[in-house]
Design a protein around this ligand. Structure first.
Ligand code: PEP
Ligand code: MG
Length: 738
């Protein structure tokens, strides 16, 4: 039946001048019902009768129901099919006299859904009590799909495009991880799109197209799995996930449903879309994390099948778009960056995640923790990403967009004035020089040295390039990379930090138990010390790359003096073996594990320089995971205890005549940077995007005066958890650009 119906719908739509009016009698005749009506969603969540056969024609355009009101309203509100043999006695029934509806006893109401949102309702009614058969329900569901496209193409329901409750702006709170503001259309990572063509003339041809597309997708997955397996650096779990995809790709259940949808007259892409929509609807009602993961897998798969069907390059450019994704790997982020996105929002992700580090490096605004956003957003909708206040505004009002545009224009003017600072040294208003260095990790970021006028690279995170490639680079590749860094930096200093990889990302070929606390697990230098050959390869690459030029190497996650000594010994052993040797070799340590604080005096004697990694140091001092958004604002660097600690470290380093810098994220924030400078930390290593704003800030501040203010604030402190407010008040009074 459905196939016949679809064939006739196709003919009608091809020639009709008023397709909606012509479509309803066709459906009524096919399903043997006395009534067929279509309701479209209007602004303010109102459903309006836009076509009917069987109800009084004058009701068209007049009968309106709120979402949730009456059977039609309930169908729209819940998104569920209502199959009612005795509608008049249903508690939700409301009687509208203009329709003449009192004659009809049974009713079938099916939501019209587009891209997962209800945009209207189609109903059939009969005089006699009856329950509609499963075949009839399916036929009306297919009609609803056709109607979704028809309403959209006719512009009958422009507001309905947004779906129930979706025409309104929506604000999602998110944690800002890489600062910036973007206004643009959203793109959704790997979400299937509504098909362009719904109805097909020749089901056999569609079956063949689906089979061919599935072949392409399966081959693609096989290739991906093979490539991953041959790279030893695959994060554990990836392979299992890909295997699960492969299983889903051959799963008979959804294929069978797609095949039967094609048999009923849909195109292959419409059939795939329909199956995914149905599954999404079923799964949505179940609040189960496992199932929601499965639906994400299915969506991704459907997206791939659609791309294969449309033989479309899924990687086309999306300039200035805001990417919305559940989570994102380093390589994927680089891919999206190449496609031109202007910023991104993740449902899951943290300040220390690699996506965040890379986004900061690329200057891409990023916010995370916007749960539910992927479900709420539709491809192409306008949005504002405010990765400063921490918000994503979906479908913003025109006034809000204008206000943001004005703010961006002001910023551009300000940035132009910052640009003038590019060639100026960083200097406070009262003449204290500040050394601003860069935190980088990818070759693409090296041009930031010239762009910002930074004095050098204070932290080159060597693991980033490897994470971006998804594998450990061999000695030759590493040497080439480090050489490129040293040469681009020319005579500016570079501090290379040895690999700081999490345990599970390093050597997947050596099976080990899953770590309960990877941040405190087998990671970073610990791996290097347990696999000295591995660390030595990296040290050799660094020494070779430096050749006769000076070389600075820093070890991360040093927890004991002994660890530093062993690591240093490995470096010196390699140094003895290479020829030529660097003109000067400086060996430094990060201070990011609290235990090392109590060996700081010794460390000052043995390390050539020390850099404080506040990201890790603070997470361990406060026992507050740096990846947990709920904890981001709970503890403050600007607290009396932490400032006392930093003060004493500074005093000891000065007494020992050792360089002590800060390379964690706090150094990049205006107030924190001011406080650090006032405490005497005048070497700060920060992401590129912070260099010019910090130069502007320092140029405006009388650091001597602030030092006294800070001393007074600290002296007056009486057990507060944060001194941020009085410090910020002073900065505001001074008109500082914070
Ligand atoms: C830190 O911990 O502060 C740091 C700079 O290192 P990473 O963020 O790479 O752990
Ligand atoms: Mg660290």
């Amino acid at each position: 039946m459905a196939r016949n119906l679809l064939a006739r719908l196709r003919e009608t739509m091809a020639r009709a001048t008023a397709p909606l009016a012509e479509l309803v009698p066709l459906v009524a005749a096919e399903l043997v019902t006395e009534v067929c009506s279509v309701y479209a969603l209007r602004p303010g969540d109102i459903l309006e009768l836009v076509a009917t056969v069987g109800l009084r024609p004058e009701a068209v355009g007049r009968t309106r129901l709120r979402v949730g009101e009456g059977i039609v309203g309930v169908c729209a509100a819940t998104g569920q099919v209502l199959n009612l043999p005795d509608v008049q006695n249903h508690p939700a029934f409301v009687y509208r006299p203009e329709t003449g509806e009192e004659l009809f006893v049974s009713m079938l109401a099916v939501p019209i859904r587009r891209a997962g949102r209800v945009v209207g309702v189609v109903t059939v009614q009969n005089r006699l009590p009856r329950t509609y058969t499963a075949d009839e329900v399916e036929a009306l569901e297919t009609v609803a799909m056709v109607l979704a496209e028809l309403l959209s193409s006719l512009g009958v329901a422009e507001s309905a495009e947004q779906g129930v409750g979706r025409s309104l702006p929506r604000r999602f709170a998110a944690v800002p991880l890489s600062r910036g503001i973007v206004i643009g259309p959203v793109v959704l990572q790997g979400m299937p799109k509504p098909p362009r063509k719904l109805l097909a003339a020749d089901p056999n041809a569609e079956h063949a197209r689906l089979a061919e597309a599935m072949q392409v997708v399966r081959a693609g997955l096989d290739e991906l799995i093979a490539a991953r397996v041959s790279h030893h650096a695959t994060p554990s779990g990836t392979r299992e996930i890909l295997e699960a995809y492969r299983l889903i790709a051959s799963d008979a259940g959804w294929l069978r449903r797609a095949t039967s949808a094609i048999a009923s007259g849909l195109t292959a892409e419409a059939a795939v879309y329909r199956v995914i929509e149905e599954t999404r609807e079923t799964m949505r009602r179940v609040q189960d994390p496992y199932l929601s993961e499965r639906i994400a897998d299915l969506e991704d798969l459907a997206f791939r099948v659609q791309a294969a069907l449309e033989k479309e390059d899924a990687r086309s450019a999306v300039p200035g778009a805001i990417l919305i994704a559940r989570r994102l790997g380093a390589a994927e982020l680089l891919e999206w960056h190449a496609r031109g996105i202007g910023g991104l929002v993740l449902e899951e992700g943290s300040a220390g995640s690699h996506a965040a580090i890379i986004a900061r490096g690329l200057g891409l605004p990023l916010a995370s923790g916007a749960r539910g956003l992927l479900d709420a957003a539709e491809e192409g909708e306008e949005a504002i990403l405010d990765a400063e206040e921490g918000a994503l505004i979906l479908r913003p009002e025109a006034e809000v967009v204008q206000a943001y545009r004005r703010m961006l224009a002001d910023r551009q003017t300000r940035a132009a004035s910052w640009n003038a600072l590019r060639h100026c040294p960083a200097l406070s208003r009262d003449g204290t020089p500040i050394r601003l260095l860069l935190n980088v990790g990818m070759p693409q970021e090296l041009d930031q040295l010239d762009a910002t006028g930074a004095e050098g690279i204070g932290l080159f995170r060597t693991e980033i390039a490897m994470l971006a490639q998804g594998r450990i680079l061999d000695v030759g590749e590493q040497t080439a990379l480090y050489r490129r860094v040293i040469e681009t930096a020319a005579n500016r200093p570079v501090v290379f930090r040895t690999l700081d990889l999490g345990g599970d990302k390093l050597l997947p070929e050596s099976p080990k138990p899953k770590q309960e606390n990877p941040a405190m697990g087998w990671r970073s230098l610990r791996v290097g010390l347990d696999r000295p050959a591995f660390l030595r390869r990296q040290l050799r690459a660094l020494l070779t790359a430096a050749a006769e030029r000076p070389l600075s190497v820093m070890f991360p996650m040093v927890a004991t003096l002994e660890e530093f000594r062993i690591a240093r010994g490995l470096l010196l052993a390699e140094y003895d073996r290479v020829q030529p040797r660097p003109a000067r070799l400086s060996i430094g340590s990060m201070l990011e594990v609290p235990a090392l604080l109590w060996q700081f005096d010794h460390l000052l004697k043995e390390a050539d320089f020390i850099s404080i990694g506040t990201n890790d140091l603070l997470q361990f001092l406060f026992a507050a995971d740096r990846h947990t958004p709920e904890l981001f604002t709970r503890y403050d660097f600007l607290s009396p205890g932490i400032l006392d600690l930093f003060d004493s470290l500074r005093a000891k380093a000065d007494a020992a005549g050792r360089e002590l810098s800060v390379c964690g994220e706090v150094a990049a924030r205006p107030l924190e940077a001011l406080v650090l400078a006032a405490l005497g930390f005048t070497t700060l290593s920060v992401p590129a995007s912070s260099v010019l704003p910090l130069k502007a800030l320092f140029a405006a501040v009388d650091l001597g005066a602030f030092r006294q203010v800070l001393a007074t604030i600290r002296a007056a402190a009486a057990g507060e958890a944060s001194l941020r407010e009085p410090i910020a008040n002073w900065a505001r009074e001074q008109g500082l650009p914070i």
